[in-house]
Unconditional design. Structure first.
Length: 372
């Protein structure tokens, strides 16, 4: 046993360049990571040599301090796809309803999801129209730190039935979260709008493969001739609400927000300017598709709170882009930001299992810069 202990401590630490390999002393850590030497991806352990650097796995053993800094590319032309590149990525079919890119936008990036939900709640209660897309949906508290009773249903219900908000939405027919999606689908379509408003929420199953999903998360709002939009990685759903301090576990549990995760930090934005019109056009392209979604899934897959109507998944209104735009005043100098819609970039570089109507936000290209 003594000789074995000597062997295990042999070369417990090894350094090559800027990489230092250290042998873990905790069995729990070893079995959790399934490696003896840290960092696991750059180090290996041999019985008579101890820890050593795996040079074959290392792109570089530098920590970056010896590499001269370079000015990053800042011009929009260095990042944005051209119209020809977008057309080629779409199999030669131009997308005429979206601008290649836009200038004169103002884009606010939310630091946390609590501020995202608070802003959406505030804007919904004053808006006249709403068009939204989502991967999933739930009756989540918008302001759990103030009043957990202020939820998606209470806010949208008041906006639609009292304030006269016209609301139209597309949510993916999400099998993993079918109970919640079906509940929201039935609830919203059963509302009685006031002041001549219209409401319809469709569950969208128009994906190109069984592994595809519709992952766009957007909300376009208007008041009079003013229009603005929300877009990014945040669904209005459970698990998402959190603060930038990420220390609200007790509140999330008390407000029944948590189901699988202790908070969800993701990026969402509020856009004013020409890009908001592009986000609206993206919604209209999906809504006005001549091939409507299939029927919403009911029994035996899920037990809806009320009988589902076939008409709920057939567009009751065809939206004319020209008519909508004629009533809007587009501020082309809202701010200094140039924008190219992120999902355009994703579609042009994504794998075949990503559907053009809603690319998955987790694709690596989604993280590239589209704001200047």
């Amino acid at each position: 046993m003594r000789s074995r202990g000597v062997v295990l401590t042999l070369c417990a630490t090894s350094a090559t360049g800027f990489v230092t390999c250290t042998r873990s002393t905790s069995l729990t850590e070893i079995f959790t990571n399934w490696c003896i030497c840290q960092p696991c991806n750059l180090c290996s352990y041999k019985l008579f040599q101890g820890c050593d650097v795996l040079l074959t796995n290392a792109v570089s053993t530098s920590d970056g301090s010896d590499i001269p800094t370079r000015q990053p590319l800042l011009a929009s032309s260095d990042w944005f796809l051209t119209a020809d590149e977008i057309t080629n990525a779409r199999g030669g079919v131009p997308r005429t309803s979206l601008a290649t890119s836009t200038s004169g936008n103002f884009m606010h990036i939310f630091a946390d999801t609590s501020s995202t939900f608070a802003a959406i709640h505030h804007d919904l209660l004053t808006a006249h129209t709403a068009y939204f897309t989502s991967w999933t949906l739930g009756d989540i508290p918008y302001l759990p730190h103030i009043d957990p009773a202020i939820t998606f249903k209470s806010t949208w219900g008041k906006a639609i039935t009292t304030n006269g908000l016209s609301a139209h939405g597309l949510v993916w027919s999400n099998l993993p979260e079918l109970d919640r999606v079906t509940d929201m689908h039935a609830w919203m379509n059963s509302l009685t709008p006031s002041h001549g408003a219209r409401v319809q929420l469709m569950t969208d199953d128009r994906v190109t493969s069984i592994t595809g999903s519709l992952h766009q998360k957007s909300l376009v709002l208007s008041i009079g001739n003013q229009v603005w939009a929300y877009a990014g990685g945040m669904d209005q759903a459970f698990d998402r609400w959190d603060t930038k301090y990420h220390n609200e576990s007790a509140l999330r549990n008390a407000a029944h927000i948590r189901t699988n995760n202790n908070g969800w930090i993701d990026v969402h934005s509020r856009v004013q300017g020409p890009a908001a019109v592009d986000i609206l056009h993206n919604f209209l392209d999906r809504w006005n598709d001549p091939n409507p979604p299939g029927s919403a899934l009911g029994p035996p897959f899920v037990t809806p709170p009320m009988p589902l109507q076939a008409s709920w998944n057939v567009p009751q209104t065809f939206f004319s882009s020209a008519a909508l735009l004629s009533s809007l005043a587009i501020n082309t100098s809202a701010g200094p930001h140039d924008l190219q819609l992120p999902w355009v970039r994703v579609v042009c570089t994504a794998r075949r299992d990503v559907d053009p109507r809603g690319p998955h936000q987790g694709h690596p290209e989604r993280e590239k810069l589209h704001l200047h």
